[in-house]
Write a protein that binds this ligand. Structure first.
Ligand code: ADP
Ligand code: MG
Length: 292
């Protein structure tokens, strides 16, 4: 591409709040055949809310919320924010927590009044050797509704579930449709529950879902796609997306995302709108075709 064409292209992008960091990035975008989308904060608003609270017989709903909120107070995860907002709405007490630990892609743990508690997904519960038979059907039902079930437990048993749900961004569905019309394979990559992800897959008509991926494994999924001959553009917002954005042939960061994601990407979408990712690729094709 000529320098002038590239300048025109990046200038056009800037009009849409699309920050293209280099001439090379604009040239690369046109080769994309597979678009990988992170779920939380990329396809969804990333502002989840608590929708349901179910506690076991040994505890009340409000006690369950107190335990969850006290633990999540020390976490920076979007799910934690949802739990804290609900605690605030219900004026639930926040207890001091000792020995707090965040387990990436799984949840959090800590002690209150000498008892150790956990809040997280089924993987965390499984890893701690706890039985969640009682809550399995309920968790599946919530996930089928597109909600993320959060298990709360002590060291002996699961005490209940708090369900959290995030809303789709208004343009996500249209963006997926446009990518498909351009002949691209659209893949959703998420650490969330497989059933929760599949509910969203159906709503959006996404071809492939890769779920329950640990934060440190997201980039390996990109490598796997590339090994299969794909030219991958990835869109993400989180700290856990940064290595995958770097690994992708083209990394696209959501402008409202974390600094690390923005630094790791070739392109930044200042309006945080997935339709601008469509525009990025269209722009690249237009620029490159004018040159040939
Ligand atoms: P995503 O790819 O959707 O951004 P993450 O890798 O950050 O997801 O988290 C994956 C899953 O790990 C979440 O869906 C949740 O089940 C669990 N998890 C992570 N952090 C927390 C937390 N602070 N509290 C409860 N669960 C958590
Ligand atoms: Mg995210």
């Amino acid at each position: 591409a000529t320098p002038v064409a590239i300048m025109v292209g990046t200038g056009k992008g800037a009009e849409y709040g699309i920050l293209i960091k280099s001439a090379e990035s604009l040239e690369k975008a046109q080769k994309t055949d597979t678009i990988v989308l992170d779920k939380t904060g990329t396809i969804t608003e990333g502002k989840p809310r608590v929708t349901d609270i179910f506690s076991s017989k040994s505890i009340s709903d409000s006690e369950l919320l107190i335990i969850a909120a006290s633990l999540e107070k020390l976490s920076e995860h979007p799910l934690a924010e949802a739990v804290l907002l609900e605690a605030e709405n219900q004026k639930a007490e926040i207890l001091p927590v000792k020995d707090f630990q965040a387990i990436p892609g799984q949840g959090v743990e800590g002690s209150m009044n000498g008892t150790k508690y956990l809040a997280g997904n089924h993987r965390l519960i499984n890893n701690r050797g706890l039985d969640f038979q009682h809550f399995n059907a309920l968790a599946d039902k919530l996930a089928d509704e597109g909600k993320t079930p959060l298990f709360i437990a002590n060291q002996k048993e699961v005490l209940g579930i708090i369900a959290v749900s995030d809303t789709l961004k208004t343009t996500s569905k249209e963006a997926v449709e446009r990518f498909r019309q351009m002949g691209m394979d659209v893949v959703m990559l998420t650490g969330d529950h497989a059933k929760t992800a599949m509910a969203m897959q159906q709503q959006l008509n996404i071809s492939t879902v890769i779920a329950e991926v640990l934060p440190q494994d997201k980039d390996k999924e990109i490598t796997r796609l590339q090994a299969a001959g794909r030219n991958v553009a990835m869109v993400g917002d989180g700290i856990n997306d940064a290595p995958a954005l770097m690994r992708s042939d083209l990394g696209i960061a959501i402008g409202a995302g974390t600094d690390v994601a923005i630094e790791s990407a070739d392109v930044v979408l200042m309006r945080s709108d997935l339709l601008d990712a469509v525009t990025t690729i269209r722009l690249s094709k237009a620029v490159m075709q004018n040159i040939k």
